[in-house]
Design a protein around this ligand. Structure first.
Ligand code: ATP
Ligand code: MN
Length: 480
């Protein structure tokens, strides 16, 4: 019977009064042949188990080693020691699984680096840092569903294998069952995808947006929350080849409504984590502060992690147009002193992440919603503004992260959409079903995509995106 165990988190909330309990977990440490710190993943706090001297056989005691798994029964009493409110006085200790402490790959006393822990990602959940990160990640995921469910949005599962490229320029992973050697060829010598599994060329999805639009034009409000794949060779601390994206899509919605929803959504999920994961966030705030002690003063964050999150909750995001942003960048001392690696050439240029970070971290010092970008640097489906130059796009930029949301009002006018697809060489025949929504009951609609891992980075203060997803997929790396 395993189900009569109490989780450590619940146990620590009790007032100790000789209650009998059974706990199970993994040994964090064993001191003086007497005090076991046991962790079961429900919280970073351990239960201190007291194995009274003389009560247990030596051959049991010597098997209580780092990361061995135990089942312990006993009674809880007020702790005599400092640092914990209760002890579990053990009456029975059962070793569920031994662990050779010398060979266990994580030796906490050696202060393993985050880079090293990525190599032993199968065990990194058993550290305090990753325990906290993944409990926060869970809460954020749960709150995403809660937010949209409470607003009456329908959760859509859009396909993972697709034959369309939503972005028009995404770098995609091909899905095929054709043989590498001697694949079937057409008469002109190219590969004959008609003989492939789906009878056509298919890929892993880069976005569920196009299918999301189909659903929004029936349900009104929908969202997706699923895996997304990009074969971009960007070895940065903000890019994964496999990441999770949340994509709401709303009918009867314009760019301003879209921006309002995105801001409300981001604040809601941050607040949810603040309310439900306080201990873990305080631990992560301390971790970040310790890490930053190694940096020179001017490279350290001005606010603690908790202060930063509170600041985001309590302040409006700054909203401005792309055109206004270019003026700010051009006039900045940073630009005049030629400190940007990519000079600000002027209107029409794509913003590099250093420009985005300048705007949020140096100029406004808060999240920024940038709108109305030049149509040349944005996707074909974005709604064309009356000026003939810009589209109703929005990006949300966050301090320390850069772009966290990309969205737009979509082009609902068939003629304008077809004309733009022609200009951008997007094959209209393959997207007949997408265009059909503009033929039958078209409506103004809008949506956005939020990169879930970037959000988890923002809330946990982890610098590298590889440390907020369980088993990261990046160029040349797909272990576990
Ligand atoms: P970036 O310029 O940072 O590469 P993008 O313009 O390619 O982003 P979109 O196509 O608008 O991004 O995707 C929507 C959101 O998905 C982004 O705002 C970001 O939060 C997230 N995102 C995009 N690419 C990645 C990636 N490779 N890994 C993790 N998250 C990503
Ligand atoms: Mn990208």
């Amino acid at each position: 019977m395993f189900n009569k165990r109490i989780k450590v988190k619940e146990l620590l909330a009790l007032e100790p009064n000789n209650q009998e309990v059974t706990v199970m977990g993994w040994v964090r440490s064993f001191r003086n042949n007497q005090f076991i710190a046991l962790n079961d993943g429900s919280t970073n706090n351990n239960i201190q188990i007291v194995a009274e001297l003389g009560r247990f056989d030596e051959d049991i005691l010597k098997r209580i080693t780092t990361s061995a798994s135990l089942k312990v029964s006993g009674v809880i009493v007020s702790s005599l020691g400092k640092g914990q409110k209760m002890d579990l006085k053990a009456t029975s200790i059962e070793i569920l699984g031994d662990s050779d402490a010398e060979k266990y790959p994580i030796q906490l006393r050696n202060r393993p680096t985050l880079e090293y822990l990525r190599e032993v990602a199968h065990f990194r959940f058993r550290t305090n840092t990753f325990g906290a990160v993944f409990r926060v990640r869970h809460s954020l995921a749960f709150s995403v569903h809660k937010f949209f469910n409470d607003k009456g949005f329908v959760y859509m599962h859009t396909p993972i294998i697709t034959a369309s490229d939503a972005e028009g320029a995404g770098e995609m992973f091909r899905v095929t069952t054709l043989p590498f050697e001697n694949p079937p060829k057409t008469e002109d010598g190219s590969i004959n995808f008609k003989e492939d599994f789906f009878g056509r060329n298919t890929n892993l999805t880069v976005s569920g947006q196009l299918e999301g639009e189909l659903a929004a034009t029936a349900f009104g409000d929908i969202y997706t929350f699923g895996p997304t794949f990009r074969a971009e060779n960007s070895n940065t601390a903000r890019h994964l080849a496999e990441f999770w994206m949340i994509e709401p899509e709303m009918a009867f919605c314009d760019l301003e409504d879209n921006a309002n929803l995105a801001e409300e959504f981001i604040k809601y999920i941050i607040k949810y984590a603040m309310d439900n994961n306080r201990e873990d966030l305080e631990f992560l705030a301390q971790r970040l502060a310790d890490e930053e002690k190694q940096l020179p003063q001017d490279k350290r964050s001005e606010m603690s992690l908790i202060e930063k999150l509170e600041f985001v909750l309590n302040n409006n995001f700054e909203r401005l147009t792309y055109t206004e942003a270019i003026d700010i960048l051009k006039e900045s001392n940073h630009n005049k002193k030629k400190k940007f690696q990519y000079p600000v050439t002027g209107w029409g240029m794509d913003l590099q992440s250093e420009h985005e970070r300048y705007l949020v971290e140096k100029h406004f010092k808060k999240p920024v919603i940038l709108t109305n970008y030049p149509k040349e640097i944005k996707a074909f489906y974005m709604r064309q503004n009356d000026d003939g130059k810009t589209v109703a796009a929005m990006d949300i930029l966050a301090p320390g992260i850069g772009e966290i949301v990309g969205g737009s009002q979509r082009e609902e006018r068939l003629d304008k959409l077809e004309q733009r697809m022609k200009e951008m060489n997007v094959p209209a025949d393959q997207l007949w079903w997408y265009l059909d929504t503009r033929r039958f009951g078209t409506v103004p609609h809008a949506g956005f995509g939020l990169g879930f891992e970037r959000m988890v980075q923002f809330v946990t203060g982890m610098n590298n995106i590889r440390d907020v997803i369980a088993f990261p997929r990046t160029p040349k790396s797909a272990e576990f």
